[in-house]
Design a protein around this ligand. Structure first.
Ligand code: ATP
Ligand code: MG
Length: 580
């Protein structure tokens, strides 16, 4: 491959695009890799396409190596498959829905469990056919609420999705492990720094699910890690160890006059000063009301959530815990419709009578005593004991997670960081096979319900993640395997530099290297150097003033090390540098 910049469809920009917040977005646009078409919708220009294809190639090679077979399904899908599993409605506003000329409903595929299940059902019927792993690298569509950060979160994006089909749980575990290992190889080859964390298995049953997260300050995912035992989980999946139940024997609940104490801080100060309770915010029980909507319906249900007063409810954790239910803020108008819920003074004592579901943080164990609302304006109650004065309907993981919280596995303090999800592996189980009645005929002639796994890699997102993790103040710094070229030759000067640059480029191309050559006439050396740094090809060769003395300069974009080498024999020298 030899790309000549004199004719390459590329324009670099000096300034950051106005809508870009994160480094990868700024750099990919400035370096002319991608261009925005609509929110979360981007075009790939030649250099960007090369990088995207390189990521796709690595993913494909590793999927093939583990025994996956590549297929390609449509992105335009009829409604009925997603209707059968409930996802036509459950997906809510994230699903792109459309109609054909006859008024039939279609969607643009956000993920393809339904379609793969149906495809396997169409072809396979005997236990002898299984297991099988199928994958595709394909464009997905999701009408994301907050498309941001360029191609990190697109509404149209490229994903590798694969699906495993096994006859039993052990088979599923094996397919899952194979994917886990393939993903480790993929992200290692892509030069992505990653962490494997436990993820929510959601409404699909308690099976295993892990995410590959790229630690990154601009990431939208929060995850915890334990440096003692290695436990790591995304914030939605972190479980809170319940303290031991407290023995009975607390004094009876009493109601206190606490005028002007609508917040936890004012309450704690007041009860300590006036009643000498000696409590902290963690001893108070804060009760948050939400409405929970069901996708595809206008009905909502009122839910109260109790958390220790020193913690906020984390909306993302709440959403994940209630999924596919959708929590919504309880507005002033909603309070008017529920006079039993006294805003700012809600206590769980009355919820049973009101017929309202009450879920608590796991720290609210049986026997624990709390200061909480007395369900009257200006009044609170003390010694309100769980299991005696109120009985929750269950627990919920919705309280915020904080650095220093106890590791659920070993009790050590957890650290907390941000990351970007680059891959997800998931033991689905039989949900989709049940919906499609995907069975294999067993050796005894009895049907066996197939069990599935589903596994995704964000292919286009990976490009942005690599840019996010690998750049400096000058521009992009691609790992070689992903870079749009192995070597970027800059010819600059008024003599025969450009001619020599092109000759060297031809030689390197014949040696099998992928070459980008800056042969643009009338462009200053400064601009050419800046562009080379911005574009981020790992090896830069400068053919400039030194040519008169028969030397050219070799620059390593990663280490910044510069070295003069004789033009004579330079091709072999450069090829060796590119080989690592
Ligand atoms: P997120 O939590 O970031 O929205 P997700 O959990 O919805 O992602 P999956 O359904 O697990 O994503 O999709 C598999 C992979 O596809 C993800 O690990 C991620 O790398 C990628 N991906 C998901 N949504 C997007 C998007 N909007 N833009 C780019 N890549 C995405
Ligand atoms: Mg995911």
């Amino acid at each position: 491959m030899l790309l000549r910049m004199s004719s390459l469809f590329l324009r670099t920009l000096r300034d950051d695009p106005a809508d870009a917040e994160v480094p990868s977005h700024k750099l990919l646009v400035r370096a002319g890799y991608v261009r925005r078409v609509a929110p979360g919708v981007y075009s790939w220009l030649p250099l960007g396409k090369l990088v995207l294809d390189n990521v796709g190639r690595v993913v494909r090679e590793e999927m093939n190596r583990m025994g996956g077979q590549e297929v390609l399904l449509p992105a335009l899908l009829p409604r009925e498959y997603y209707e059968a599993t409930g996802r036509w409605t459950e997906y809510g506003d994230t699903l792109f829905r459309l109609q054909d000329r006859k008024g039939a409903d279609y969607l643009l595929g956000p993920t393809h469990e339904e379609m793969f299940t149906d495809m396997v059902k169409g072809e396979y019927s005997s236990y002898k056919d299984f297991p099988v792993i199928l994958y595709q690298i394909q464009t997905k569509y999701r009408d994301e609420a907050r498309p941001r950060a360029g191609i990190l979160r697109g509404r149209e994006f490229v994903m590798k999705d694969s699906y495993s089909f096994d006859l039993d749980d052990d088979g599923l575990k094996r397919s899952y492990e194979q994917h886990r290992e393939a993903y480790i190889r993929i992200f290692e080859r892509l030069g992505i720094d990653y962490k494997i964390v436990f993820a929510m298995s959601g409404a699909m049953g308690g099976s295993a699910s892990e995410e590959f997260l790229a630690p990154c300050a601009t990431g939208e995912d929060t995850f915890v890690a334990c440096h003692n035992c290695g436990y790591a989980a995304n914030a939605e999946a972190v479980t809170t160890p319940a303290p031991p139940a407290v023995p009975a024997g607390r004094p009876a609940m009493r109601v206190l006059d606490t005028p002007g104490t609508p917040t936890i801080e004012t309450l704690v100060d007041y009860v300590n000063e006036h009643f000498g309770l000696g409590v902290t915010a963690a001893d108070t029980l804060k009760n948050i009301v939400v409405k929970v909507g069901t996708p595809g319906s206008d009905k909502t249900e009122v839910l109260v959530i109790g958390v220790p007063g020193d913690r906020e409810v984390d909306f993302k954790r709440l959403e994940a815990a209630l999924s596919p239910g959708i929590p919504e803020i309880f507005e002033a108008a909603d309070f008017e419709k529920h006079p039993g819920l006294v805003r700012g003074y809600i206590g769980p004592q009355v919820l049973k009578d009101l017929g309202i579901t009450y879920l608590v943080d796991p720290r609210v164990v049986t026997g624990s005593a709390w200061v909480t609302g007395a369900n009257e304006p200006g009044r609170h109650a003390a010694d309100v004991v769980a299991g005696r004065d109120f009985t929750p309907d269950g627990t919920i993981e919705a309280a915020e997670v904080r650095a220093g919280d106890e590791c659920p596995r070993c009790g050590s303090p957890l650290s907390i960081d941000r990351g970007i999800e680059i891959g997800h592996i998931f033991q689905l189980g039989r949900k989709y096979a049940d919906a499609a009645q995907l069975d294999a005929l067993g050796p005894d002639g009895k049907p066996i319900r197939v069990t599935m796994g589903s596994y995704g890699v964000g292919v286009s997102r990976a490009v942005a993640v690599i840019a996010e993790q690998r750049h400096d103040e000058l521009g992009l710094v691609w790992p070689r395997e992903i870079a749009p070229a192995d070597v970027h030759i800059v010819g600059t000067g008024k003599e025969n530099q450009v001619e020599v640059a092109l000759q060297l480029a031809g030689e390197l191309e014949r040696l099998g290297l992928r070459v980008l050559c800056d042969d643009r006439p009338g462009v200053s050396p400064g601009v050419k150097f800046k562009d080379a740094e911005l574009l981020g090809v790992p090896t830069i060769v400068i053919i400039g003033r030194g040519l008169a003395q028969g030397v050219i300069e070799l620059r390593d974009r990663v280490s910044g090390v510069k070295e003069e080498v004789p033009l004579d024999g330079a091709a072999a020298r450069i090829a060796a540098a590119c080989a690592g």
